[in-house]
Design a protein. Structure first.
Length: 183
């Protein structure tokens, strides 16, 4: 980590890759606050009276980006979590677009925003979905939505760290924590 400890860790990955679990683990391990794009979208859905289903939340997330723009969408997510520049260092989970990452970087500039991408295999993701009663075909449909397209190729390609999320979550946390000690 930078000598001054000022860094923002952004997390990306497919649905059920373990982003929220890792965010909470990092928050607890380092005593950092945590923000979440999905929590913001869920709050907006409730405020607008939109029933909470995966497809409706995905549609609303896409709509919010169009309505607000990338940087204001990122800023609204942070505000929803009670985060601002004084909250650094912090963790923000649920990055699904390059534009969202750029929005975070703009909001927090000149403090670095480091992207950690959780890469989960189809088999492990399907196992996690099944444990929640969701079949693989439904999970595959979710990935066809515009909010998921950049998660599979663009975000891993620009990530500062890509971690195999198939391994036990404690191991993922240890790997990311160790990496943070070196950046």
């Amino acid at each position: 980590m930078r000598d001054d400890g000022r860094v923002v860790v952004a997390l990306s990955g497919r649905t059920r890759a373990g982003k929220t679990t890792l965010a909470m683990g990092l928050g607890q391990a380092f005593d950092w606050p945590v923000g979440s794009f999905s929590r913001y979208v869920r709050r907006e859905a409730a405020r607008r009276g939109i029933p909470e289903s995966r497809s409706r939340l995905q549609d609303l997330g896409a709509q919010l980006i169009v309505e607000l723009g990338w940087e204001p969408f990122a800023a609204a997510t942070l505000t929803n979590a009670g985060l601002d520049r004084a909250s650094i260092p912090c963790v923000v989970e649920g990055v699904r677009h390059v534009g969202t990452l750029e929005g975070l970087r703009s909001v927090f500039s000149p403090v670095p925003v480091r992207l950690v991408h959780l890469a989960v295999s189809d088999a492990e993701r399907n196992r996690r979905l099944a444990a929640e009663g969701v079949d693989a075909a439904t999970g595959a449909r979710w990935e066809q939505h515009s909010t998921e397209r950049e998660v599979l190729a663009e975000l891993p390609a620009i990530a500062d760290l890509v971690v195999c999320a198939d391994q036990p979550r404690e191991q993922v946390l240890a790997e990311v924590s160790s990496w943070l000690g070196r950046v």
